[in-house]
Design a binder for this molecule. Structure first.
Ligand code: ADP
Ligand code: MG
Length: 461
């Protein structure tokens, strides 16, 4: 099905064409017409199925742009997801003149958010904690909301946001449209739907059509052999970008140490990292300065990176749901994903439940066929990139071309091939540069100017 079959306005259809969204995903086909009618909806579909556009397009279509009031509120579990969802809404709405989309997430100062709300905006995307805070300060007005979206509702409940979610919904008008998206439908989600939704349409897109896109392998090892086995797996598959999941924080710390010691470009992501450190790690992971991210399920929540080459279960999760959730991060956008699990001889029961729940039998290639753990081969698991951070972002009108120009222009003198991904955030910009020339790049940027101004620049390590 084509987007033009949906009753969307010309500016939205034009953007979809520009973004090369050619066909509607199944969840979009089933939800957009319902949401355009203003009906309540609960939707369930796997990660990467296009749920953001499913709720964003009807919101954008129904906005009254001349009213500078928050008309749609989207609640998401983490700051990263908020930034991503807001980014997608802005992209989809870029041909709607004057559209203002705000991120109201914790982990950053509240003052700019208060100011932005006072100036007025159309759509807010926030975490329940920060939204509650802004409501209590009476700077966020919810009486005129037309639509509330609970995105990844099950994860918000897991993270203890129930009370905030309920209180936020309680302040919104009964006439609102309530949209709930969730990967799973445990009883507490059902209860929430019954309490806050009016006659919701229920849409479930079954997994089976997407799962075969992920190649699922399992290697068996004694527990003490697991670090060496992981190295052998990495040398075999050489992922440019992969997440390794562990069940415990202590394992993350230990494994990160071992991999780094073996020359692998790896970094651990723990739940107790400061938000700013987490942001830096994620920026480096997104631009491939870090190839391997090691995380627990809790710390890995909200990580949403396009195009992961592989997901590796260093420890098998205890339940099938986290397994499905973890591996859903690879194999997006029609590419074949790779999910590799390491099981110990005692994990037979876990494997069985996972295979039953997913209906997929994991391939079990032989361990002997893998290359040795110590690097006798030429295969490098290091990254060719390093990351520099610049203290100016979108709010300062910084664009990728400005940074590329500063590095490769006359003053910078570097080759374009030494410049990798450039990511512009609100107040910061991250740029990947070749490891070989990172010191030179840092010095040239510090000595020179970007857009005619001096900026604070640092090497993120
Ligand atoms: P979900 O919320 O279901 O996990 P997202 O909304 O984040 O998934 O979408 C995953 C990716 O697919 C995003 O990069 C998005 O831009 C892209 N996408 C969404 N809808 C389409 C479409 N119809 N055609 C092509 N790409 C799409
Ligand atoms: Mg989503």
């Amino acid at each position: 099905m084509d987007f033009s079959a949906l009753a969307l306005s010309p500016p939205l259809l034009q953007v979809l064409q520009e973004m090369e969204f050619q066909t509607v995903t199944p969840i979009q086909a089933q939800t957009i017409p319902v949401l355009l009618q203003g009906r309540d909806l609960t939707g369930q579909a796997k990660t990467g199925s296009g749920k953001t556009a499913a709720f964003a397009l009807p919101i954008l279509q129904r906005l009254q742009l001349q009213r500078r009031q928050i008309q749609a509120l989207v609640l998401c579990p983490t700051r990263e997801l908020c930034a991503q969802v807001a980014g997608e809404i802005r992209r989809l709405g870029r041909r709607l003149p004057g559209l203002q989309v705000l991120v109201l997430a914790g982990g950053q100062p509240i003052r700019p958010q208060v100011n932005a709300l006072e100036k007025g905006a159309h759509v807010a995307v926030g975490t329940p904690g920060r939204v509650m805070d802004l409501l209590q300060r009476e700077v966020l007005e919810t009486k005129q909301l037309a639509t509330v979206v609970l995105d990844e509702a099950d994860r918000m409940l897991d993270m203890g946001f129930r009370e905030d979610m309920e209180r936020i919904l309680g302040t919104t008008p009964p006439t609102r449209q309530t949209v709930l998206f969730s990967a799973t439908f445990p009883p507490d989600i059902e209860a929430m739907s019954r309490r806050f939704q009016k006659d919701p349409v229920r849409v479930t897109v079954v997994e089976t059509e997407a799962v075969p896109d992920i190649r699922q392998l399992c290697y068996v090892s004694e527990p003490e052999q697991k670090p060496a086995l992981l190295l052998r797996i990495l040398r075999q598959y050489q992922p440019g970008s992969a997440i390794v999941f562990c069940n415990q924080k202590a394992t993350v710390v230990e494994l990160t140490r071992e991999l780094v010691g073996a020359g692998v470009s790896a970094e651990g992501l723990q739940g107790d990292l400061e938000q700013s450190e987490r942001d830096r790690v994620m920026a480096r992971f997104r631009n491939q300065s870090i190839r391997i991210l090691i995380a627990t399920d809790v710390a890995g929540r909200g990580i949403d990176v396009e195009a992961l080459d592989a997901v590796i279960n260093y420890d098998l999760p205890f339940q099938p749901e986290p397994y499905v959730h973890r591996i859903g991060r690879t194999g997006r956008a029609g590419r074949t994903g790779l999910a590799i699990s390491i099981a110990t001889p005692r994990d037979d029961r876990k494997l069985e439940t996972i295979e039953q729940a997913t209906g997929v039998k994991l391939e079990r290639p032989s361990v002997e066929a893998l290359p040795p753990a110590d690097s006798t081969s030429q295969v490098s698991l290091d990254s060719p990139w390093e990351t520099l951070v610049i203290s100016a972002g979108r709010k300062d009108k910084m664009r990728p071309g400005d940074i590329l120009g500063a590095l490769t222009g006359e003053a910078g003198g570097l080759n374009a091939s030494d410049v990798g991904k450039i990511e512009i955030q609100d107040r910061l910009a991250y740029v990947a540069v070749s490891k070989r020339i990172v010191r030179v790049a840092l010095q040239r940027l510090r000595d020179g100017r970007i857009k005619g101004r001096k900026h604070w620049i640092d090497w993120v390590r």
